[in-house]
Ligand binder design. Structure first.
Ligand code: B12
Ligand code: SF4
Length: 449
């Protein structure tokens, strides 16, 4: 993905670890570790019972950046051809966070036997034990809670870790919890992806061994993969205290945080813990839009969070996505004023447009199902927004990179298909917004005019 560092494949490693512990023979093929294996298919000769594909991202969510779906379709079609030439018929299984959003559709489009939505360990164990009942099922099944999350220390193979420590900013994801987020942001599919995960919190002793293991392998940057790291403040404090206790020189870490709950004690222990960025996502800094987005905090909480961060000298990143439900000329200038008054130039990460994902409140508002959303489809917003943001933000935020992104976003948005979907929150004002969809092959959104 242009502009993105590859992400260490912790999801599929969890699945592989569970299979290995149950005595299966597995091989993880990672195209960062062995790029040549994406075009040479000798690894198919081994007559595998099952081949699983992990799909992390469906698209980059950036309005200018297209989709990966067509690449996945092409790649897996090629794998099926190669298998047919060899007269082999392993069971083909799909999984991963991006995959989970469109499970049934991707099973059909990719020609897989079965898909797994959410946590993959237990279902993959069932499938591996007896693959036959799953052949040709052509559905996605819901993954289940995996108890091993609480007991098994996840250590990754050295060769895989080497591939990522050497080439890609040496960042690795670490899971601390399997818990659905308690907030209900209207664009967020996390609860759906995570499934029924029983709220498991990884014990500190296990977490300590995992962190020590990846540190010894040479990683110096960790991203805790929780939807919100501090949604349960006491547990988050335990994790930060653990980092202090481990006292690993030069270890940096980041995570997604919420401005509330966030108290003084937390600010204090975060300081000196190696925190690289306290990332918060108010997404708008206008209270009405924040409410429409389903945020359970408002600008006062963000302000208090920023004051605390300043007090303890914590590096912050504030994510804003312009173009949410109810966004107008006025709400953009409110957000811009908050940003201009309170953020330094390197503290803002701004994006344009909400990619509507299935099983979210936005998809229900827009009355679009997963078929219509497979290719990037954005919540209705006024294209003038690109200009308003540039007009309203202080010049310190208008970096060359920001300008390039804005121009690319505007150009991409203009080329997209326009859908006659009303912004429900503005129906009363009589203002009609336009939804945007890409024109890529197989997208039938255009028919909804
Ligand atoms: C943490 C995170 C990040 C971190 C990652 C840090 C790191 N080094 O790991 C950062 C901030 C860097 C990041 C970046 C991005 N992310 Co992100 N990220 C997440 C998040 C919150 C958690 C992912 C995770 O690691 N979970 C923990 C692991 C263990 O779980 P898992 O991968 O889901 O694996 C389980 C199952 O999926 C399944 N499984 C996995 N593989 C397989 C394979 C088989 C065969 C089977 C059966 C099962 C299976 O079993 C696993 C164990 O239970 C998810 C949202 C979510 N709640 O899932 C978004 C998410 C994956 N990200 C997403 C996106 C889009 C991005 C970005 C493109 C954003 C951007 N524009 O920059 C970039 C892309 C980066 C890249 N190069 O790929 C989207 C993907 C959806 C989509 N539209 O495609 C998600 C779903 C969030 C969303 N907005 O909806 N991300
Ligand atoms: S706070 Fe984050 S993880 Fe929770 S619903 Fe909102 S966007 Fe999703």
């Amino acid at each position: 993905m242009a502009g993105n560092e590859p992400i260490f494949p912790i999801g599929v490693r969890c699945v592989q670890d569970a299979l290995d512990r149950a005595g299966h023979i597995t091989q993880l093929i990672d195209f960062v570790e062995t790029p040549e294996m994406s075009s040479t298919f000798d690894w198919l000769d081994d007559e595998w019972d099952i081949i699983g594909f992990t799909i992390r991202n469906i698209d980059p969510i950036e309005i200018a950046a297209g989709t990966h779906v067509d690449d996945y379709i092409r790649f897996i079609a090629r794998i099926r051809e190669e298998l047919a030439e060899r007269g082999l018929e392993p069971l083909l299984v799909g999984g991963g966070p991006g995959f989970s959003l469109f499970g049934d559709i991707l099973v059909a489009k990719l020609g897989l036997d079965v898909g797994v939505v959410g946590p993959g360990e237990n279902l993959m164990l069932d499938i591996a034990k007896d693959p036959h009942p799953y052949r040709g099922r052509r559905v996605s099944l819901q993954g289940r809670r995996h108890e091993g999350f609480l007991n098994d220390v996840l250590h990754h193979p050295p060769s895989l870790m080497d591939a990522y420590t050497e080439a890609h900013g040496a960042m690795i994801g670490v899971e601390t919890r399997r818990k659905t987020c308690y907030q209900g942001c209207v664009y967020c599919p996390y609860a759906y992806i995570a499934g029924d995960n029983a709220g498991d919190l990884k014990p500190m002793s296990i977490l300590a061994q995992e962190i020590q293991g990846i540190y010894d392998a040479g990683f110096r940057r960790i991203f805790f993969t929780d939807g919100i790291f501090n949604s349960e403040l006491n547990y988050a404090k335990q994790v930060v205290r653990l980092l202090h206790e481990l006292s690993l020189p030069d270890l940096k870490w980041a995570a997604y945080f919420t401005p509330k709950p966030f108290d003084d004690e937390f600010g204090k222990i975060l300081a000196g813990s190696g925190i690289e960025a306290v990332v918060v996502s108010p997404d708008s800094l206008d209270d009405a839009v924040m409410r429409n987005l389903g945020k359970t905090f408002d600008t006062r909480h963000v302000l208090r969070f920023l004051e605390r961060s300043q007090k303890y000298q914590l590096p912050v990143r504030v994510n804003v996505v312009f173009g949410g439900p109810g966004e107008t000329r006025k709400t953009i200038s409110n957000s811009a004023k908050f940003i201009n008054d309170n953020l330094a130039h390197n503290e803002l990460v701004a994006h344009m447009g909400y990619r509507i994902l299935p099983s979210t409140e936005l998809s229900r508002q827009a009355k679009m199902d997963a078929h219509e959303l497979l290719y990037p489809t954005y919540y209705p917003f006024d294209l003038e927004m690109f200009n308003w943001v540039i007009q309203d933000l202080d010049s310190r935020f208008i970096t060359p990179k920001f300008m390039i992104n804005q121009l690319a976003g505007r150009a991409a948005a203009r080329k997209m298909v326009k859908l006659g979907v009303q912004d429900a929150t503005h129906a009363a004002s009589g203002r009609t917004y336009l939804a945007l969809a890409s024109r890529l092959e197989g997208n039938d959104c255009g028919s909804k005019k």
